[in-house]
Design a protein around this ligand. Structure first.
Ligand code: ATP
Ligand code: MG
Length: 245
């Protein structure tokens, strides 16, 4: 039984149809990659699942319970957490304080600052940000801010992570490192994840299945290998004969 399902989700922003009849299944502990050109609706889909936006039509369910009519804070209680494509930490707080807020806000049974800060330290070490825990968030590099976003999502106790381009802008070496870190975290925590990414290498190596959006529609769903060889995907999205390049 799939854990998270979207059914026939459409979203209009004024005259712009950002999503058209999109459905997906995210089974427990699975990693589903979500790719597509700029403006194809990836972030909008994550926002709808996370309760940030409401669908114009269609529905989102978690273990058969409807969640598309809930506010973000209720969705977090159900175990979903989303990172922001543009990191949005509390800039006047340190990295550990930012993560501690997520611990307190989430569905963990931790309700006071001291244990929340201790838990924040543990999570920052897990994502290899331990040495930066006392840095003010606004002094972090873009990559560190992205990792902080990941730490904050994990800190809520989420069993489903919605990751919006957490691997963007990395050097090949940093990317290798981050992919390895993601795999380790997934092995340890067994969350399921919807991973939005432009970096093809990251999507293909992390996901069991990949879904491709173009102009708000799903044009292909399949294994990374199937997606790489799909003519529609090659033409519509990648514009090249070798999408893995
Ligand atoms: N709040 C909004 N108001 C109006 N239009 C929006 C809003 N959010 C998204 N859109 C439009 O919806 C479409 C899909 O945008 P979305 O951000 O979901 O794309 P994306 O696939 O995440 O793109 P990118 O790869 O650039 O992040 C775009 O045409 C965008 O301009
Ligand atoms: Mg986006």
């Amino acid at each position: 039984m799939p854990l998270l399902q979207a059914r026939n989700v459409s979203k209009n922003f004024g005259g712009v149809q950002a999503l058209k009849d999109v459905s997906l299944d995210l089974p427990e502990s699975a990693v589903l990659g979500l790719i597509g050109p700029n403006g194809s609706g990836k972030s909008t889909l994550l926002n709808i699942i996370a309760g940030v936006e409401k669908p114009t039509s269609g529905l989102v369910t978690l273990d058969s319970k409807r969640i598309d009519n809930l506010r973000t804070n209720r969705v977090v209680r159900y175990g979903l957490a989303k990172t922001h494509q543009i990191p949005k930490p509390f800039s006047n707080m340190t990295a550990r304080e930012n993560v501690a807020v997520a611990v307190l806000y989430g569905r963990r049974n931790i309700h006071s600052p001291t244990p929340a800060l201790e838990e924040a330290d543990r999570i920052l070490s897990m994502v290899r940000m331990g040495s930066r825990k006392d840095a003010p968030a606004d002094s972090l590099t873009v990559q560190e801010k992205k990792r902080l976003e990941l730490a904050r999502a994990i800190a809520t106790g989420a069993s489903i992570l919605l990751l919006d381009e957490v691997f963007a802008g990395l050097s090949p070496e940093e990317l290798k490192d981050s992919i390895q870190l993601f795999k380790k975290l997934h092995d340890e925590l067994r969350f399921s994840a919807l991973v939005v990414e432009h970096v093809m290498r990251a999507v293909l190596s992390l996901s069991q299945k990949v879904m491709v959006l173009e102009e708000g529609r799903v044009i292909a769903t399949g294994s990374p290998d199937e997606i790489v060889h799909d003519e529609k995907v090659i033409q519509a999205y990648l514009g090249s004969k070798n999408p893995a390049a």
